[in-house]
Design a protein around this ligand. Structure first.
Ligand code: C5P
Length: 230
């Protein structure tokens, strides 16, 4: 198990479309902490593997990429997300549902998960970190001071992802997306290593029917109760 670090950490785990990304970003911004979008790292490994022409089942090759790839997260002048892989912005390419499926496939391999562990832990720097993913509270940051497990009804998660993809210019059918999300969640929940599940000490928030503001407020209250911020 990882040694506790001095840096305060909040983990936000949950299935696809639960709103983790939006909530984590908003909370990190509100309290001025760093953000780790761990899903983007798995998406990047799958993307970099395909770009390098690796065979889909080349576990070791993908693990080497997970260790060696040059990744930088940032924002452009308008505040839109930028994800730089070897200096090239691939933010759009890695956000498709196809890229999500590729990520979920490589994420089931212990070699890839092990290779990404150190990279993820390096995000824990002062003044604090909000870490978004599937195993942040269970494996990567087991000593986190606040662990959230964010869920929502499957239909609502599919609708949210559908809107998100449409806003980014992807024309996908809702029915097809619902099937793909269910498939991805099942793979994430049933894999042998670091499956998607709530940590035993996590606070579960069901965001069905709740707006972003209400969920952010709940997380801020939970953090304040633990004296993580005023
Ligand atoms: O969160 P996002 O949808 O970007 O994650 C893409 C995929 O990456 C997930 O479906 C999951 O398989 C994998 N993942 C993971 N562990 C994490 C974050 C993401 O296995 N901590």
């Amino acid at each position: 198990m990882a040694a506790p670090s001095d840096c305060p950490i909040v983990t936000i785990d949950g299935p696809s479309g639960s709103g983790k990304g939006t909530i984590s970003r908003a909370v990190a911004q509100k309290v001025g902490w760093h953000l780790l979008d761990s899903g983007a790292l798995y998406r990047l490994v799958a993307f970099a593997g395909a770009r390098a022409g690796l065979a889909p089942e080349d576990t070791q090759g993908h693990a080497r990429l997970a260790t060696a790839m040059d990744v930088r997260f940032g924002a452009d002048a308008a505040g839109s997300e930028r994800v730089l892989l070897d200096g090239q912005d691939v933010g759009r390419e890695i956000r498709t549902e196809t890229a999500g499926q590729g990520a979920s496939r490589v994420a089931a391999w212990p070699e890839v998960r092990a290779a990404l562990l150190r990279r993820q832990r390096a995000f824990a720097t002062a003044p604090g970190l909000v870490a978004d993913g599937r195993d942040m509270g269970t494996v990567v940051f087991p000593h986190a001071l606040l662990k959230i497990f964010l869920t929502a009804a499957p239909e609502e998660r599919a609708l949210r992802r559908h809107k998100q993809l449409k806003d980014k210019g992807s024309d996908v059918s809702l029915a097809g997306l619902s099937r793909e999300i269910a498939e991805r969640d099942l793979r994430d929940e049933t894999r042998q290593v670091a499956p998607l599940k709530a940590a035993s000490d996590a606070c579960v928030i069901d965001s069905t029917g709740l707006g972003v503001g209400a969920v952010v407020q709940r997380v801020l209250e939970l953090g304040a109760a633990r004296r993580l911020w005023p």
